[in-house]
Structure formats: structure tokens, C-alpha cells
Design a protein around this ligand. Structure first.
Ligand SMILES: *[C@@H]1O[C@H](CO)[C@@H](O)[C@H](O)[C@H]1NC(C)=O
Ligand SMILES: *[C@@H]1O[C@H](CO)[C@@H](O)[C@H](O)[C@H]1NC(C)=O
Ligand SMILES: *[C@@H]1O[C@H](CO)[C@@H](O)[C@H](O)[C@H]1NC(C)=O
Ligand SMILES: [Cu+2]
Length: 239
């Protein structure tokens, strides 16, 4: 009882400013994510571990792939999803940041994703949403749309993706603080069925996919009236 109250208090305190993907909806079924601030012992989920609600602020952080620590739980689960079907990710609600892009990546695990170090994976991008209208300081961003959409983001698993085991990596990048990016990546394990023989790419590794000097990452939106923004990372593979 006492321990529960402490966990609840901590969660509330830390939840105020940051967070991440807390659940998924795949094929009409809800999959609970990893619960930050709670011991991994006894947690069984499709999502890799992320210990805190804090952002990663270093574009080349060692844990850029699947957040920190990015480890498996026991037992680690994997969700089955059809190519061409939708997957929704839900952030802690309401997500607090509305300035910055949304990005979704996948990577083939070359076998069971439970056995892979996410830093070794080759990620291709399946969705991005940057500056949708207006200026970088005052416009509508992908992350603002995510907040408007009930702090959720729905993407389609590319129809021609080959069957296999994949890591899906959702990321929102918050750039409301000048020259101090906040990366929020979380990963989940999927088995894709009903796919075809598409050739996903281009791919990047994390760390490696982003550079701290990228003008879309090291950016002061308040000093600019730009109405365009190049979303970091590779181009989207439409599949
Ligand atoms: C970012 O992380 C990398 C990898 O851990 C490290 O080598 C680098 O020094 C870090 N950069 C900063 C500015 O902390
Ligand atoms: C990305 O997903 C969003 C939210 O579902 C959607 O509005 C947008 O069209 C997608 N963009 C791309 C390039 O896939
Ligand atoms: C909005 O998201 C919450 C989870 O954050 C969910 O419980 C609720 O059903 C969603 N509402 C709608 C209208 O989809
Ligand atoms: Cu935050």
C-alpha cells in the first residue's frame, strides 16, 4: 500500500513534463507498454524498457535506438500485425509538447527481436510529420497534431513489407527549447504477416541516424520565421 502510494506520487510528479508511448492498439487489441518508474520484474509487454519520462537530449546518445535502457522484459512479448493494417501508439495523455516532428521507424530483426541489441538494427522510416502549416515558432506541427488526436498517432504498416520480425520505433522530437532538442523514442516488437517483397530503405542506425549539428535538431524556432522544416533522418519508405 505504502509502496504503491509512493509509485503513484512519483509517476504523477515525473509525468508532468515528459513521457513516452504508454500503450498501442494493434488490430483492435490494446497492448500495454512498459511502465517507467516500476521495476521491470513482473512486467510482460511488447515494448522495450524505458526507465524514466525524461527525454534524451543528445542526438548521438548510446540509447538513441530504443530509449534507456532499451532492454527486454521477461517474458518479452511480440504482437502480430498484418502488412497494410494500422497501428496506433498512445502517449501519456495529454502529451505536453506541440512543437516538433513525429517520426515512426521500423527495422527487421533478422529473427526474434527479443535477441537483438537495438543499436545494431537498420531502421527505415515509415512515417513522418513535420511543420504542417505556419512558421516554425507558431505553426502547426506533427506533434501538435498528435496531441489533438488524443495524444495518439496511427500509421499503416507498409503493404509490401516482407513478412518477418520487426522493431517499430515511435519518436517525437520536441524542439520548444532553443538549441536543446528532446528526443522521445520508444520501441515495440512486431511480427509482420501478409506482407510482400518490398525493399525497405534507406536505413540508418541509432545512434548514427541523427547529428547534433543538423539544423533541424540544433534549432532555435523562436529566432526564425521559416515556414519549412526538414524532418531529421532518412526519407520515408512508402512501401
Ligand atoms: C553524446 O553521446 C555520445 C555517446 O555516448 C558521447 O560520445 C558524446 O560525448 C555525447 N555528447 C554530449 C554533448 O554529451
Ligand atoms: C503520418 O501519419 C500521420 C498520422 O496518421 C498522417 O496524417 C500522415 O499522412 C502520415 N504521413 C506519412 C508521410 O506517412
Ligand atoms: C483517448 O486516449 C485514451 C488513452 O490515453 C483512451 O483511454 C481513450 O479511449 C481515447 N479516447 C478516444 C475518444 O479515442
Ligand atoms: Cu517534456
Amino acid at each position: 500500500m505504502f509502496a504503491c502510494a509512493i509509485v503513484a506520487l512519483l509517476s504523477t510528479a515525473f509525468a508532468s513534463g515528459h513521457g513516452g508511448v504508454v500503450s498501442y492498439n494493434i488490430g483492435g487489441k490494446t497492448f500495454q507498454g512498459f511502465q517507467a518508474y516500476v521495476t521491470p520484474i513482473g512486467q510482460s509487454t511488447i515494448q522495450r524498457q524505458w526507465a524514466t519520462y525524461n527525454p534524451i537530449t543528445n542526438a548521438t546518445d548510446a540509447n538513441m535506438a530504443c530509449n534507456s535502457p532499451g532492454l527486454t522484459v521477461n517474458p518479452m512479448l511480440t504482437a502480430t500485425v498484418g502488412a497494410g493494417s494500422k497501428i496506433a501508439a498512445y502517449w501519456n495523455n495529454p502529451w505536453p509538447h506541440t512543437i516538433g516532428p513525429m517520426m515512426v521507424y521500423m527495422a527487421n530483426c533478422g529473427g526474434d527481436c527479443t535477441n537483438v541489441n537495438p543499436a545494431s538494427l537498420n531502421f527505415f522510416k515509415i512515417n513522418e510529420s513535420g511543420l504542417l502549416s505556419g512558421t516554425v515558432a507558431n505553426g502547426q506541427w506533427g506533434s501538435g497534431l498528435m496531441v489533438q488526436q488524443n495524444s495518439s498517432w496511427t500509421v499503416t504498416i507498409p503493404k509490401s513489407l516482407p513478412n518477418g520480425n520487426y522493431m517499430i520505433r515511435h519518436e517525437t522530437l520536441a524542439i520548444h527549447t532553443a538549441n536543446q532538442p528532446q528526443f522521445y523514442p520508444e520501441c515495440a516488437q512486431l511480427t509482420v504477416i501478409g506482407g510482400a517483397n518490398g525493399k525497405p530503405g534507406p536505413t540508418v542506425k541509432f545512434p548514427g541516424g541523427y547529428s547534433a549539428t543538423d539544423p533541424s535538431i540544433n534549432i532555435d524556432v523562436y529566432s526564425s520565421t521559416a515556414t519549412t522544416y526538414i524532418v531529421p533522418g532518412p526519407v520515408v519508405w512508402s512501401g
